[in-house]
Design a binder for this molecule. Structure first.
Ligand code: NAP
Length: 499
């Protein structure tokens, strides 16, 4: 179950939000009484409530809004119990000042915005001993391993316990606490109104992750990255699992560079079966694998890891296959034998994506030239794959059959930028922009206007994710579902509303 926290300054807004959430499927809400600006009237909030509620009133020192006296706060919490609140949240230090009464269940809570303490089970035992029906422990994560410690505590705690790590590093606990036995997890009403660091919105927990479905049998997958906030992968993989009827969940794991190796040590305990790998781990992950597929090895970068049942940890690069499949589906190339043989291809950029694309193009017999801001990087890449390197300024130096953007130029929010000026675009030329946010970059728009044949970054992104899905599950991916999800996620309207 998901408990949605409501924090509004006025009774009527709180009640309206409560009704709205229940209409959206919420089964439990937390009313944050400390946010109400005038005298709190608990009875008014409880009368005709559309779902059970938790009454919570947080002090400023616990990152709440309550500024009046502690005596008044305790009176308010006692009133909530007397008025029949379904649950009341009592911090550890006041638990023995507020006795049990009537049907109201007691949540004994502990918050630590600094760290995740060592002895979490000892803490849970201590809170449980304060006449707790439920224990809530929320602590700040500084290490991905804190997730494992928190979830292990949830599993072993003596009473039903909600264990959550705060901050982006702790997101997995918000999604997995129920899998380990927590009676519910917390969400916020809207992603722009989080009450604790790293909190997810009710909509995300429900629609993207389908939180209530994640049980002990659910197979887990995810993406490792740092930062993680921008990743669209959870949306499209979870949508694909749902459409294919597979009991699996795909989570965002923020893993800072120096925690990569210890994160891999934790994978068996977490039960993760496969990972998408992105910046900054695509190269460094290689040393943690027991097997690497030939293309990934040649490219020197892995974007997919599969943890096999026999203990092998296998790395793949689906960017390369996806980029080539996207390119070869272009009108005029599709169905032709050796369609790229002898074609003059310009690759802009010399980073991870460019490497994968250069490798693929050379294997298909194209004549590849790399132009990059840092000439030395282009030269290194060219030398490795038998291509040519030119300076960034020389990218207009000849008539190309294919131009591929492997730089982030044109990516949101810099949508007015293009890596290749329109006067150099020619009718019939193939223009492939790997940037997928937005799909219609300035380069793509200008190429269309010049009647070039275009390939978009969304096409490639969906193909690489579909190949990952196949590696993860052995089944063909529902590509149309993934594409729709990706288009929705990157639409400007959605970016405005959700951020
Ligand atoms: P990366 O390893 O950081 O490489 C970026 C490359 O772009 C570097 O060569 C960099 O030059 C160059 N660059 C960056 N800003 C530039 C500028 N203003 N002018 C000229 N060159 C510039 O990144 P990556 O992993 O290859 O990703 C690059 C882009 O590919 C991403 O932004 C994303 O949009 C796209 N991508 C698409 C997919 C997909 O499936 N469609 C998948 C992954 C990535 P320096 O060497 O000088 O730094």
């Amino acid at each position: 179950m998901i408990c949605v926290s409501i924090a509004r300054g006025r009774h009527r807004y709180m009640m309206a939000e409560h009704r709205h959430l229940v209409e959206q499927g919420a089964e439990l809400v937390e009313l944050r009484l400390d946010y109400i600006r005038r005298a709190v009237n608990v009875k008014r909030l409880l009368n005709n409530r559309p779902s059970p509620i938790i009454a919570t009133c947080r002090r400023e020192r616990d990152h709440g809004k309550w500024t009046k006296s502690e005596r008044e706060r305790l009176m308010l919490l006692r009133a909530a119990i007397a008025d029949g609140a379904d649950y009341v949240d009592l911090e550890e230090d006041i638990a023995d000042q507020i006795p049990r009464y009537g049907q109201t269940k007691r949540i004994i809570s502990y918050h630590n915005f600094e760290e995740t303490p060592d002895d979490l089970l000892g803490l849970a035992n201590r809170l449980a001993s304060l006449d707790a029906d439920i224990v809530k422990i929320a602590t700040m994560a500084h290490d991905p391993h804190d997730n494992i410690r928190m979830l292990d505590m949830v599993k072993r705690a003596p009473v039903p316990t909600v264990g959550i790590c705060m901050g982006e590093l702790g997101t997995p606990t918000r999604l997995l606490t129920g899998r380990y036995g927590a009676p519910f997890s917390y969400a916020t009403f809207h992603s722009e109104r989080t009450l604790a660091p790293g909190q997810l919105s009710f909509h995300e927990m429900k629609e993207v992750y389908d939180y209530d479905r994640i049980g002990p049998q659910t197979s887990l997958y995810g993406v490792i990255a740092d930062p993680i906030g921008h990743s669209y992968s959870p949306r499209i993989h979870n949508a694909a699992f749902r459409a294919a009827g597979i009991d699996a969940a795909y989570l965002p794991f923020r893993v800072p560079r120096h925690f990569l190796s210890s994160f891999f040590d934790d994978v068996p305990a977490l039960g993760v079966r496969g990972l998408s790998v992105t910046i900054p781990h695509k190269e460094s992950v290689l040393r943690l694998l027991t097997k690497v597929d030939k293309a990934a090895d040649k490219i020197g970068a892995v974007n997919t890891v599969v943890f096999q049942d026999d203990g092998q940890i296998v790395g793949y690069n689906t960017d390369q296959k996806a980029a080539m499949a996207s390119l070869l589906a272009t009108p005029g190339l599709k169905g032709r034998e050796a369609p790229l043989e002898g074609q003059q291809a310009l690759v802009l950029g010399a980073g991870g994506v460019a490497r994968a694309i250069v490798y693929g193009l050379v294997r298909h017999g194209a004549q590849v030239t790399i132009a990059s801001r840092t000439l030395a990087r282009a030269e290194d890449l060219a030398e490795q794959f038998n291509a040519k390197a030119v300076t960034w300024a020389e990218r207009y130096g000849r008539r190309w059959d294919i131009v591929i953007n492997g730089t982030p130029i044109g990516m949101h929010p810099n949508v007015e930028e293009t890596p290749y000026e329109k006067q150099y675009l020619r009718r019939g030329m193939i223009v492939f922009d790997t940037v997928y946010n937005p799909e219609n970059t300035l380069l793509i728009k200008e190429a269309r206007a010049k009647e070039c044949r275009v390939v978009t970054g969304i096409d490639m992104f969906v193909r690489q994710a579909a190949l990952q899905f196949k590696l993860f599950t052995g089944q063909d991916a529902p590509r149309d579902v993934m594409r729709d999800e990706m288009r929705q996620a990157t639409s400007p309207a959605r970016r405005r509303s959700v951020g």
